[in-house]
Design a protein around this ligand. Structure first.
Ligand SMILES: Cc1cc2nc3c(=O)[nH]c(=O)nc-3n(C[C@H](O)[C@H](O)[C@H](O)COP(=O)(O)O)c2cc1C
Length: 578
């Protein structure tokens, strides 16, 4: 019997139970002391963890002294405040409601440290991967956490510390690192789900997103066919929920205001309800603008007066917080994520930059396809995965942003391909070009269309022939969000072109799209009309970056909030019109 060493069912169930029911606990600790024998068992379990080269690099510092815990709590408070000061509006409000440590609420605090030198130079396995020492101490934490749960003890991990500051407070020798600060005590109850999930801060990712067969990207659970994220999301996208839409319409009519007096915002609220499948729908916050940056081979045709380097320079500006999109995001309380989906330059890793480069720019579409089908699919998939990640991180509204010198040329070409519009009508002046450049831009688009003869029934083919990596990734973002029934606010012409591709792949994806604004680019109006979307603001913007869409964020939020919060004639005792 290959499974002859398997535990009896009841014991196996207990193992899986403790894994499922282990929680990071921050609330509801009881003041009761933890008996020494119980604490001893939990520490002995921690000490049985696997370790690199059997180096057992951990030490456990058990802290009960109140004065010391008060000093440590003050250290954590300072970092909590610093973190809070950095958060965008809706996140800051949500964070304010979270409890992130229980240093003074628990009778015992345990520090798990790591000695990366223990075992000497020839520690088996650590010689190539020094980090394995830290991993070993983390495994001791995991053992401790599980044993504590079995003993009915709650554990809360606090990481709001400057590691050296904490080490000094604990008298740790310089060669020891703090790995974990754990607050331990009996609890009134264990939550069924992670507290951060229950607070809406983040969501659990399905296990199927995390399992790959043989190679990264071949996602699929054992025994199942590998799933293609593009096929998976297009299959998952469903029409809006008619019942929730009817309930929203009916509620709008009962709200203490004349019927229809919220104009377009009533339609927005009804669409949000249909997308969420509930009335009222959740407020579209927190929100995140994802700026997809990429370069374009067609730039070589002289379609823009700006040098290609500006794409990378603006990415640096977004990351430094100096662009218009940063100002508008700060005003609207949205997070900014910058995605390198195909910038020609090498970009240094910095916080806030998601490195997802498919290639250093597309090829010139007047000479051949802008990208291969594989590259188009990879960019679509990257967009889908970014949507999933941003939604799993707790965002309830995604906003499209883009940066790519020459991307209005690729956008106009895509719009012509999908809507059969005339390039002379759909092409705009982008950043502002003279008559000669404008004529050349139209001619370049015509040549591209003639060369590729794109078939709108093959959206991946159209993207590959004429698109930019940001268009493909934005189409993926829209599809990913639509599958998760999260609204997407579209920015200007680049997003409009991407939405046409998304709609061609899954027509119901349009139900997740809200047109943030109408850009000055003529192709944008053509795309919006084709999609049946009505822009929420029309201010003659033609900047891109996500700026126009960010301006519409408070409109979506107000529409949802009105549907949720406004009293009805019956509930408020207000007389309806005769
Ligand atoms: C390395 C690490 C550091 C953590 N730091 C903190 C922290 O500083 N404050 C906090 O409230 N939770 C912290 N947590 C707890 C996580 O938020 C928690 O594990 C996660 O939300 C999943 O919930 P669960 O542990 O109940 O399954 C930390 C967890 C880990 C693994």
């Amino acid at each position: 019997m290959p499974d002859g060493h398997r535990y009896p069912a009841e014991q196996r169930d207990a193992v899986y139970r403790v894994i499922a029911e282990r929680r990071d606990v921050r609330r509801g600790f009881l003041p009761d002391p933890v008996p020494a024998d119980v604490l001893g068992r939990v520490l002995a379990a921690a000490h049985q963890a696997p370790s690199v080269g059997f180096s057992q690099p951990w030490d456990f510092i058990v802290i009960t002294d109140r004065a010391r815990r008060e000093r440590i709590a003050a250290l954590a408070r300072r970092h909590r405040d610093e973190f809070a000061a950095d958060l965008p509006g809706a996140r800051a409000r949500a964070f304010d409601r979270l409890k992130i440590e229980s240093i003074l609420d628990t009778p015992v605090n345990i520090v798990v440290s790591c000695d990366r030198t223990r075992g000497g130079r020839h520690t088996l396995g650590r010689h190539v991967q020094p980090r394995t020492a830290d991993f070993s101490s983390v495994l001791a934490v995991a053992n401790l956490w599980l044993a504590a749960r079995a003993e009915g003890l709650g554990v809360g991990w606090v990481s709001f510390f400057d590691e050296r500051e904490l080490a000094a407070e604990l008298g740790l020798p310089a060669h020891l690192e703090v790995i974990a600060y754990l607050c331990v005590g009996y609890v009134a109850d264990f939550a069924a789900e992670p507290e951060l999930a229950m607070a809406g801060w983040a969501r659990r990712r399905p296990v199927s997103w995390a399992v790959h067969a043989e190679e990264f990207g071949r996602r699929g659970l054992p025994g199942e066919e590998p799933v293609d994220p593009l096929a998976e999301v297009t299959a998952a996208i469903a029409p809006p929920d008619a019942e929730a839409m009817a309930a929203a319409r009916e509620r709008q009519d009962r709200m203490t205001k004349p019927r229809g007096s919220l104009g377009v915002l009533e339609d927005v609220s009804v669409r949000l309800a249909g997308l969420a499948g509930s009335c009222p729908p959740p407020l579209p916050e927190p929100a995140c603008v994802a700026i997809f940056a990429a370069d374009h081979g067609v730039h070589a045709q002289g379609v823009s007066p700006w040098p290609q380097e500006v794409t990378a320079q603006m990415v640096a500006n977004f990351l430094a917080g100096g662009a218009v999109v940063n100002a508008f995001a700060a005003q609207a309380g949205a997070e900014v994520a910058v995605v390198d989906i195909g910038v020609a330059a090498e970009l240094d890793p910095v916080p806030g930059l998601l490195p997802r480069k498919i290639a250093p720019g597309t090829a010139d579409f007047t000479a051949g396809p802008a990208m291969t089908r594989e590259q188009a699919t990879a960019a679509l998939t990257a967009g889908i995965e970014i949507a999933r990640d941003l939604v799993a991180a707790g965002n309830r509204c995604l906003i499209t942003g883009d940066m790519g010198i020459a991307n209005t040329t690729a956008s106009a070409a895509l719009i012509c391909a999908f809507t059969d519009a005339d390039p002379a009508v759909a092409t705009g002046r982008g950043t502002g070009i003279d008559a000669v450049t404008y004529a050349r831009k139209i001619e370049v688009i015509c040549r591209g269309l003639q060369l590729h003869r794109p078939d709108p029934a093959d959206p991946v083919g159209v993207l590959a022939a004429l698109g930019g990596f940001e268009h493909a990734a934005l189409a993926g973002l829209i599809l990913g969000a639509a599958a998760l029934r999260v609204p997407v606010i579209l920015d200007g012409v680049i997003a409009g072109a991407a939405a046409l591709a998304a709609a061609a792949l899954a027509p119901d994806a349009v139900a997740a799209c809200f047109a943030g604004h109408r850009s000055a680019e003529p192709g944008h109006a053509i795309a919006l009309e084709y999609l049946g979307l009505h822009p929420l603001v029309d201010l003659g913007l033609r900047l891109g970056e996500g700026t126009g869409a960010l301006l519409a964020l408070p409109l979506l939020q107000s529409a949802a909030r009105a549907l949720r919060d406004v009293a009805t004639f019956d509930s408020a005792g207000v007389s309806d019109k005769a």
